[in-house]
Design a protein around this ligand. Structure first.
Ligand code: ADP
Ligand code: MG
Length: 347
């Protein structure tokens, strides 16, 4: 075929394509933004149009996340939390309400879970190399673990309301507040609140493992979220959840870990032993009205391990879904409260 006829054919194809796409009904409105925050990623998908469009949505969300990081990021030496951590004991430290909500959730979930979730666990997190400090080159010794444990305990932290603000106080100078495990849930809730304020009724917000959703996707059906199976197969998932306006949060030991002398160390620390968890629970998902609460409880379940986590979730009638490693692969277990949120599997 000559060059001329090839280009004529190309032209025809292009026209055909344009006609074809022109005949299609207008695609439903969908706005999707994504970015990085808190050492991870976020994605916001709307099937309503945002006032000011996609760029306004992105700048509003990023401004909100930047403000949150200035409050709770232990990676920013100048954030409020870092200044509190570096500051003296027995000195009331003023924090804004948004940060106080996160601290209060940490304290409440700590009490509810008998200290499995402990937002003062930072010295141990750092000792094991999962904080802003560097990775250890060898396993910390018992004396170092014991010394770090002396600095840990929710009883050494108090939060008191005062007017429009809250006062945070520590009983020992070395107390180190670490809200990392609640940050994703808190961010998902705050983005959801921003969207509500802007009159958006159909959205899916994902900040790493924390999800908030409302209404329907652009195809008019409820939002669906996959619980990822921690296997090596890309795209493998364990189940599909339809959160129906509720929040979903998943914590796992399979994403953030390192190996030292053949032993795998997860970034979730059992405050009772001062060591990373070693059991066979690989992920815990929770559905509650707010992502903050779900994010607090999923971490606590991860600390507990499979049997204790299931017993706790059953006792508190939580909608919980656990993925447990078996000799053959993985198995999922969930409470009756979780079942209504599972999409029916196609057989
Ligand atoms: P995941 O990736 O599993 O969702 P997160 O990033 O939400 O986990 O939380 C893990 C972080 O929480 C750790 O890096 C550490 O800073 C902190 N952390 C570890 N163990 C505990 C614990 N027992 N209680 C509270 N926070 C913890
Ligand atoms: Mg969590």
């Amino acid at each position: 075929m000559s060059i001329a006829s090839i280009s004529a054919l190309r032209g025809l194809l292009l026209t055909l394509l344009l006609v074809l796409t022109g005949c299609q009904p207008a695609p439903p409105a969908q706005t999707r933004i994504q970015g990085k925050t808190m050492g991870t990623y976020y994605v916001v998908t709307l099937s309503d149009s945002y006032p000011g469009g996609e760029s306004a949505l992105k700048s509003d969300v990023e401004r909100l996340l930047a403000r949150m990081n200035k409050e709770i990021s232990t990676y920013d030496p100048d954030s409020l939390i870092s200044r509190f951590n570096q500051g003296p004991d027995h000195t009331p430290f003023v924090i804004p309400p948004a940060m106080a909500i996160i601290v209060q959730q940490g304290i409440d979930a700590g009490k509810l879970t008998d200290g499995k979730l402990d937002v003062t666990v930072g010295p141990l997190v750092n000792l094991w190399g999962f904080g802003p400090d560097k990775r250890p080159v060898k396993r910390p010794d018992d004396a170092a673990i014991a010394a770090a444990r002396q600095k840990v305990g929710i009883d050494k932290l108090t939060l008191t309301p005062q007017g429009d603000h809250f006062l945070l106080e520590k009983a020992i100078p070395a107390l180190y507040l670490d809200l990392s495990t609640l940050g994703e849930g808190a961010a998902a809730d705050e983005i959801a609140a921003l969207l509500k304020h802007k009159g958006i009724n159909n959205y899916l917000v994902e900040v790493a493992g924390a999800v908030r959703s409302k209404g329907n996707n652009s195809k008019g059906s409820p939002w669906r979220v996959a619980i990822v199976e921690p296997s090596d197969q890309p795209g493998a998932f364990s189940d599909i959840v339809i959160p129906n306006g509720m929040a979903l949060s998943t914590a796992g030991s399979y994403r953030n870990y390192y190996e030292l002398d053949g032993q795998r160390y997860s970034h979730i620390i059992d405050p009772a032993t001062g060591q990373p968890i070693t059991h066979k629970l690989v992920s815990a998902s929770i559905i509650t009205p707010t992502a903050l609460e779900a994010d607090a409880l999923d971490t606590a379940l991860m600390v507990m391990g499979p049997a204790q986590a299931m017993a706790f979730a059953t006792r508190h009638q939580l909608a919980a879904y656990l993925i447990i490693k078996t000799d053959q692969g993985f198995k999922a277990e969930f409470t009756p409260q979780f079942a209504p949120y599972l999409a029916k599997k196609k057989s």
